[in-house]
Design a protein around this ligand. Structure first.
Ligand SMILES: [Zn+2]
Length: 228
Protein backbone atom coordinates (compact mmCIF):
# COMPACT_ATOMS: atom_id res chain seq x y z
CA UNK A 1 0.00 0.00 0.00
CA UNK A 2 1.46 3.37 -0.94
CA UNK A 3 1.05 6.51 1.14
CA UNK A 4 -1.52 7.89 -1.31
CA UNK A 5 -3.84 4.90 -1.15
CA UNK A 6 -6.26 5.09 1.69
CA UNK A 7 -7.66 2.09 3.48
CA UNK A 8 -11.24 1.71 2.41
CA UNK A 9 -12.71 -1.06 4.47
CA UNK A 10 -15.43 -0.53 7.04
CA UNK A 11 -14.10 -0.08 10.60
CA UNK A 12 -16.95 -2.25 11.85
CA UNK A 13 -17.49 -5.10 9.40
CA UNK A 14 -14.46 -4.79 7.10
CA UNK A 15 -16.55 -4.56 3.88
CA UNK A 16 -15.22 -2.49 0.99
CA UNK A 17 -16.67 1.01 1.30
CA UNK A 18 -14.67 2.79 -1.40
CA UNK A 19 -17.65 3.37 -3.70
CA UNK A 20 -20.09 4.83 -1.23
CA UNK A 21 -19.04 8.38 -0.54
CA UNK A 22 -21.81 10.10 1.35
CA UNK A 23 -20.49 13.60 1.82
CA UNK A 24 -17.36 15.56 2.58
CA UNK A 25 -16.47 18.15 5.16
CA UNK A 26 -13.34 19.99 6.34
CA UNK A 27 -11.11 17.97 4.00
CA UNK A 28 -12.52 14.60 5.09
CA UNK A 29 -14.86 12.27 3.26
CA UNK A 30 -17.62 10.22 4.82
CA UNK A 31 -18.17 6.73 3.48
CA UNK A 32 -21.26 4.74 4.42
CA UNK A 33 -21.02 0.97 4.64
CA UNK A 34 -23.91 -0.66 2.78
CA UNK A 35 -23.42 -3.88 4.73
CA UNK A 36 -23.73 -2.54 8.29
CA UNK A 37 -24.68 1.14 8.00
CA UNK A 38 -21.60 2.45 9.79
CA UNK A 39 -20.24 5.76 8.49
CA UNK A 40 -16.46 5.88 8.13
CA UNK A 41 -14.24 8.96 7.79
CA UNK A 42 -11.37 9.00 5.32
CA UNK A 43 -8.57 9.74 5.11
CA UNK A 44 -7.85 9.30 8.80
CA UNK A 45 -5.51 11.94 10.20
CA UNK A 46 -2.11 10.78 11.41
CA UNK A 47 -1.77 10.51 15.19
CA UNK A 48 0.59 13.50 15.26
CA UNK A 49 -1.81 15.63 13.19
CA UNK A 50 -4.65 14.77 15.51
CA UNK A 51 -2.55 15.62 18.55
CA UNK A 52 -1.67 19.00 17.04
CA UNK A 53 -5.33 19.61 16.25
CA UNK A 54 -6.36 18.94 19.85
CA UNK A 55 -3.44 20.94 21.24
CA UNK A 56 -4.69 23.91 19.23
CA UNK A 57 -8.24 23.58 20.49
CA UNK A 58 -9.42 25.28 23.59
CA UNK A 59 -12.09 23.09 25.05
CA UNK A 60 -14.91 24.98 26.60
CA UNK A 61 -16.00 22.65 29.38
CA UNK A 62 -18.57 25.05 30.82
CA UNK A 63 -21.40 23.26 28.99
CA UNK A 64 -20.33 19.99 30.65
CA UNK A 65 -20.20 21.65 34.04
CA UNK A 66 -23.61 23.24 33.60
CA UNK A 67 -25.14 19.93 32.62
CA UNK A 68 -23.38 17.98 35.35
CA UNK A 69 -26.42 17.35 37.56
CA UNK A 70 -28.47 16.27 34.58
CA UNK A 71 -25.65 14.02 33.36
CA UNK A 72 -25.19 12.43 36.78
CA UNK A 73 -28.92 11.71 36.95
CA UNK A 74 -28.92 10.16 33.49
CA UNK A 75 -25.81 8.08 34.22
CA UNK A 76 -27.29 6.90 37.55
CA UNK A 77 -30.36 5.59 35.77
CA UNK A 78 -28.24 3.72 33.20
CA UNK A 79 -25.82 2.28 35.77
CA UNK A 80 -28.71 1.04 37.95
CA UNK A 81 -29.83 -1.12 35.02
CA UNK A 82 -26.30 -2.47 34.62
CA UNK A 83 -26.15 -3.35 38.32
CA UNK A 84 -29.24 -5.52 37.80
CA UNK A 85 -27.15 -7.55 35.34
CA UNK A 86 -24.01 -7.68 37.47
CA UNK A 87 -23.77 -6.84 41.13
CA UNK A 88 -19.95 -6.61 41.22
CA UNK A 89 -18.49 -3.38 42.56
CA UNK A 90 -15.55 -2.61 40.26
CA UNK A 91 -16.58 0.03 37.76
CA UNK A 92 -14.30 1.27 34.97
CA UNK A 93 -15.21 4.48 33.18
CA UNK A 94 -13.48 5.08 29.82
CA UNK A 95 -13.96 8.33 27.94
CA UNK A 96 -13.44 12.07 27.82
CA UNK A 97 -15.36 14.61 29.88
CA UNK A 98 -17.26 11.83 31.60
CA UNK A 99 -16.43 12.43 35.25
CA UNK A 100 -20.15 12.39 35.97
CA UNK A 101 -20.27 8.66 35.21
CA UNK A 102 -17.72 8.12 37.97
CA UNK A 103 -19.73 10.28 40.37
CA UNK A 104 -22.93 8.39 39.53
CA UNK A 105 -21.22 5.04 40.08
CA UNK A 106 -19.86 6.18 43.43
CA UNK A 107 -23.30 7.32 44.57
CA UNK A 108 -24.54 3.79 43.84
CA UNK A 109 -21.89 2.21 46.07
CA UNK A 110 -19.52 1.08 43.31
CA UNK A 111 -15.73 1.46 43.25
CA UNK A 112 -15.17 3.61 40.19
CA UNK A 113 -11.98 4.27 38.24
CA UNK A 114 -11.66 6.45 35.15
CA UNK A 115 -9.14 6.20 32.35
CA UNK A 116 -8.52 8.02 29.08
CA UNK A 117 -9.05 5.73 26.05
CA UNK A 118 -5.41 6.18 24.99
CA UNK A 119 -4.34 4.55 28.28
CA UNK A 120 -6.38 1.38 27.87
CA UNK A 121 -3.26 -0.64 27.02
CA UNK A 122 -1.63 0.30 30.33
CA UNK A 123 -4.62 -0.48 32.50
CA UNK A 124 -4.59 -3.97 34.02
CA UNK A 125 -7.31 -4.15 36.70
CA UNK A 126 -10.41 -6.06 35.68
CA UNK A 127 -13.85 -4.57 36.17
CA UNK A 128 -17.39 -5.87 36.67
CA UNK A 129 -18.89 -2.99 34.72
CA UNK A 130 -17.10 -1.05 31.97
CA UNK A 131 -18.79 2.18 30.93
CA UNK A 132 -17.63 3.77 27.67
CA UNK A 133 -18.84 7.19 26.59
CA UNK A 134 -17.49 10.05 24.43
CA UNK A 135 -14.91 7.66 23.17
CA UNK A 136 -15.25 5.22 20.27
CA UNK A 137 -16.40 7.90 17.83
CA UNK A 138 -13.04 9.62 18.29
CA UNK A 139 -10.60 6.75 18.05
CA UNK A 140 -8.00 6.56 15.30
CA UNK A 141 -7.70 2.83 15.81
CA UNK A 142 -11.00 1.51 17.15
CA UNK A 143 -9.89 -2.10 16.53
CA UNK A 144 -6.99 -1.76 18.91
CA UNK A 145 -9.30 -0.33 21.57
CA UNK A 146 -11.98 -3.01 21.22
CA UNK A 147 -9.36 -5.77 21.33
CA UNK A 148 -8.40 -4.74 24.89
CA UNK A 149 -11.88 -4.84 26.40
CA UNK A 150 -12.24 -8.61 26.77
CA UNK A 151 -9.29 -8.93 29.14
CA UNK A 152 -10.42 -5.95 31.24
CA UNK A 153 -13.80 -7.48 31.97
CA UNK A 154 -14.52 -10.05 34.66
CA UNK A 155 -16.11 -13.24 33.35
CA UNK A 156 -19.68 -12.22 34.09
CA UNK A 157 -18.95 -8.56 33.56
CA UNK A 158 -21.04 -6.10 31.59
CA UNK A 159 -19.99 -3.42 29.11
CA UNK A 160 -22.06 -0.38 28.25
CA UNK A 161 -21.12 1.72 25.22
CA UNK A 162 -22.65 5.09 24.51
CA UNK A 163 -21.76 6.66 21.17
CA UNK A 164 -23.18 8.37 18.11
CA UNK A 165 -25.55 6.30 15.98
CA UNK A 166 -24.34 6.71 12.38
CA UNK A 167 -27.39 5.01 10.93
CA UNK A 168 -30.23 6.73 12.78
CA UNK A 169 -33.39 8.07 11.14
CA UNK A 170 -32.93 11.49 12.75
CA UNK A 171 -29.61 12.21 10.98
CA UNK A 172 -30.14 14.89 8.29
CA UNK A 173 -30.21 13.54 4.72
CA UNK A 174 -27.16 15.69 4.09
CA UNK A 175 -24.88 13.89 6.52
CA UNK A 176 -22.41 16.78 6.71
CA UNK A 177 -25.17 18.98 8.17
CA UNK A 178 -25.50 16.74 11.24
CA UNK A 179 -24.16 18.66 14.24
CA UNK A 180 -22.02 15.71 15.32
CA UNK A 181 -20.47 15.19 11.87
CA UNK A 182 -17.34 17.04 12.93
CA UNK A 183 -14.12 15.43 11.73
CA UNK A 184 -11.45 15.12 12.96
CA UNK A 185 -13.14 15.20 16.40
CA UNK A 186 -15.67 12.52 15.50
CA UNK A 187 -14.33 9.98 13.02
CA UNK A 188 -16.30 6.77 13.59
CA UNK A 189 -20.08 6.77 13.30
CA UNK A 190 -21.00 3.18 14.19
CA UNK A 191 -24.42 1.75 13.47
CA UNK A 192 -26.09 -0.62 15.95
CA UNK A 193 -25.37 -3.50 13.63
CA UNK A 194 -21.78 -2.41 13.00
CA UNK A 195 -21.07 -2.14 16.71
CA UNK A 196 -22.53 -5.59 17.26
CA UNK A 197 -20.25 -7.03 14.56
CA UNK A 198 -17.13 -5.42 15.98
CA UNK A 199 -17.94 -6.44 19.57
CA UNK A 200 -18.52 -10.00 18.44
CA UNK A 201 -15.17 -9.98 16.65
CA UNK A 202 -13.51 -9.31 20.01
CA UNK A 203 -15.43 -11.85 22.10
CA UNK A 204 -18.32 -9.68 23.28
CA UNK A 205 -22.01 -10.24 22.72
CA UNK A 206 -24.64 -7.51 22.51
CA UNK A 207 -27.41 -8.07 25.05
CA UNK A 208 -29.52 -5.07 24.19
CA UNK A 209 -29.61 -1.71 22.47
CA UNK A 210 -31.45 1.23 23.99
CA UNK A 211 -34.29 2.70 21.96
CA UNK A 212 -33.44 6.33 21.38
CA UNK A 213 -35.21 9.07 19.44
CA UNK A 214 -31.90 10.89 19.21
CA UNK A 215 -29.01 9.53 17.11
CA UNK A 216 -27.25 8.10 20.14
CA UNK A 217 -26.36 4.45 20.67
CA UNK A 218 -26.55 2.76 24.05
CA UNK A 219 -25.40 -0.83 23.79
CA UNK A 220 -25.08 -3.32 26.63
CA UNK A 221 -22.80 -6.32 26.03
CA UNK A 222 -21.27 -9.24 27.90
CA UNK A 223 -18.40 -11.64 27.35
CA UNK A 224 -18.68 -14.67 25.16
CA UNK A 225 -17.45 -17.83 26.81
CA UNK A 226 -14.23 -17.78 24.82
CA UNK A 227 -12.20 -14.99 23.32
CA UNK A 228 -12.21 -15.21 19.54
ZN1 LIG B 1 -19.69 -2.11 7.75
Amino acid sequence: MTEEQIKSNCIACDSDISEFELASKSGFQFFACIECGTVNTLPLPKAQELKEFYDGLEFDTSAYNLAEDKNIKKATKTIKKLIELNSGKDFLNIGMHTGYNEKAAKSLGLNPKSIHPDDIGKHKDKADIIFIENCIERLLEPDKFFSKLYDLLNDKGIIYIKSLDGNHFMIPSKFEKWKYAIPPINLNYFSKEGLEVVLNKYGLKTLKSDFNLKPILGVTAKKLAKKK
